[in-house]
Ligand binder design. Structure first.
Ligand code: NAD
Length: 317
């Protein structure tokens, strides 16, 4: 990767792809941003609009292209696919989006041989696995945005509840980005204190244990709620993608719960799922085996096994 001239290709110029392009342009992390969408006019229009704001941001080359525009990209962010409908679960989307990925991934792999592929389209864990298999890339270079967004939502809601800066909250949601995800309460801290202790002693919440469980339920249902209200989620996922991109481009070694291929994680292997991982210029440098309580281990295994059932049903030929 040329650290002075990072090139980032975004496949899918819809709600998520275009908002990410906008956030990325403002961040100044990329020197070149390419938008690829089967709807050519959408990609061209988004690029025109972005370019017209460029004099307020950083010098960046922004343009629409076909898949050949991915040539020499350092990161390819895949947001293309069918969107989640109000009544649809993420897993309902599997068949639709696997077919789309069969078209996209071989093209991306042909033009961006050395890129890190960052998958966003849902169901993200399954599609990260599909991308890994279809691209033939090493697993460190195929990342799903996973539960980075869910973890950010959890931090925001706990921050509001405990009245502390969310950067002082250390908590992760792991597992599937979806219905079987789980919060790791056994490891969650605020200011070095166990989260429940902090909330009851410093925020005067007498019923912190139950209220934290309610907060997690709200986090889990956030996407459904936002989609019901405005049709799609775009801003927070775009910010999450900028964070992951920054960690790669600036080699920051951030620990993020991205979806990655795990091997012997509490006995589970061969599935892409979110666990805290060191993210840097190599992609996922390493996943971290955090301590889980007995109940959390069972929930994590259930989440991984749910994903595995879907993976078994997929025909990659
Ligand atoms: P959208 O419908 O607005 O955009 C999708 C775009 O993909 C469209 O512009 C469409 O033309 C394009 N597309 C479809 N097939 C294509 C192909 N073969 N080649 C090129 N482009 C193609 O959808 P959106 O709201 O941007 O959401 C995109 C995806 O991101 C969805 O699957 C959604 O569920 C997912 N998402 C994931 C997270 C997360 O945390 N992982 C968060 C938000 C949304």
């Amino acid at each position: 990767m040329d650290l002075l001239k990072p090139k980032i290709a975004i496949i899918g110029a819809g709600n998520v792809g275009s908002t990410f392009a906008f956030s990325l342009m403002i961040s100044g992390l990329a020197r070149e941003i390419v938008l690829v969408d089967k709807n050519d006019s959408l990609a061209i229009g988004e690029c025109m609009d972005l370019n017209h704001g460029l004099s307020f941001a950083h010098p960046t080359k922004i343009y629409a292209a076909g898949f050949d525009g991915c040539e020499n990209a350092d990161i390819v962010v895949i947001t293309a696919g069918a969107n989640q409908k109000p009544t649809e679960t993420r897993t309902d989307l599997v068949q639709k989006n696997v077919s789309i990925f069969k078209e996209i991934v071989p093209e991306v792999a042909k033009y961006a041989k050395n890129a890190i592929l960052l998958v966003v389209t849902n169901p993200v864990d399954i599609l990260t696995y599909v991308t890994l298999k279809l691209s033939g890339f090493p697993s460190n270079r195929v990342i799903g945005s996973g539960t980075v967004l869910d973890t950010a939502r959890l931090k925001y809601m706990i921050s509001d509840y405990a009245q502390v800066d969310s950067s002082n909250i250390h908590a992760y949601i792991i597992g599937e980005h979806g219905d079987t995800e789980l919060p790791v309460w056994s490891n969650a801290t605020i200011g070095g204190l166990d989260i429940k202790t902090f909330c009851s002693e410093y925020s005067q919440h007498r019923n912190a244990k139950n209220e934290l469980i309610e907060i997690f339920e709200k986090v889990k249902n956030s996407a459904y709620e936002i989609i019901k209200l405005k049709g799609a989620t775009n801003y927070s996922i775009a910010m999450a993608l900028v964070k992951i991109t920054r960690s790669i481009v600036r080699n920051e070694n951030s620990i993020l719960p991205v979806s990655t291929l795990i091997t012997d994680y509490y006995g589970i292997s061969g599935v892409c799922i979110s666990v805290p991982s060191i993210v840097n210029i190599n992609g996922v440098e390493q996943f971290i085996k955090i301590e889980l309580s007995g109940v959390e281990q069972e929930l994590f295994k259930h989440s991984a096994n749910t994903l595995k059932k879907f993976i078994k049903m997929i025909d990659l030929n």
